[in-house]
Design a protein around this ligand. Structure first.
Ligand SMILES: [Zn+2]
Length: 158
């Protein structure tokens, strides 16, 4: 662990503590670093913004991508105070940073009442059998959007 890694992670942990104490949401913080500088940061804002997707990593990714004016976090490092939940893990893979550092584990989070294990289990279950049933409808009609995408000449691939 380098001193700068320690500094960035400590900043993520401070965001976690301060955001929670301010009533913004759970005790989670995240900073995103590119070329040694912070380009995005966030704490959990679920309670403050009534947004169930406003996890620290998502808040930080949105800010970093806005600052980069790009939808990818190429060459970036993510420092998060806790191992990402499945939603944030997905967001991180879509954003494609180079590396993720995390402090607490998901077991630590579960111990504090933030258990995301059920989501990992739900992923394995057939969609219609999930606790929130997912029912397939109108596939043929919806496939037309994919056909248009495939034919689109000037598309940006991501
Ligand atoms: Zn999350």
């Amino acid at each position: 662990m380098t001193n700068s890694q320690k500094t960035f992670m400590r900043q993520a942990i401070d965001l976690a503590k301060n955001g929670m104490l301010a009533g913004n949401g759970g005790p989670f913080g995240c900073v995103i670093v590119k070329d040694g500088a912070i380009i995005g940061q966030g704490s959990n804002m679920v309670l403050r913004t009534n947004d169930p997707t406003a996890h620290a990593e998502v808040v930080a990714i949105r800010e970093a991508c806005k600052n980069l004016n790009h939808f990818q976090l190429e060459g970036c490092e993510v420092y998060t105070s806790c191992e990402p939940c499945p939603m944030c893990l997905g967001a991180i893979f879509w954003a494609r940073p180079a590396k993720v550092y995390y402090a607490c584990t998901k077991e630590d989070a579960a111990d504090a009442g933030f258990d995301d294990e059920f989501i990992y289990q739900e992923i394995e279950i057939t969609p219609e059998k999930r606790q929130i049933p997912m029912i397939a409808l109108m596939r043929e009609e919806s496939l037309k959007a994919f056909e248009l995408w495939k034919e689109k000449g000037d598309k940006t691939l991501y």
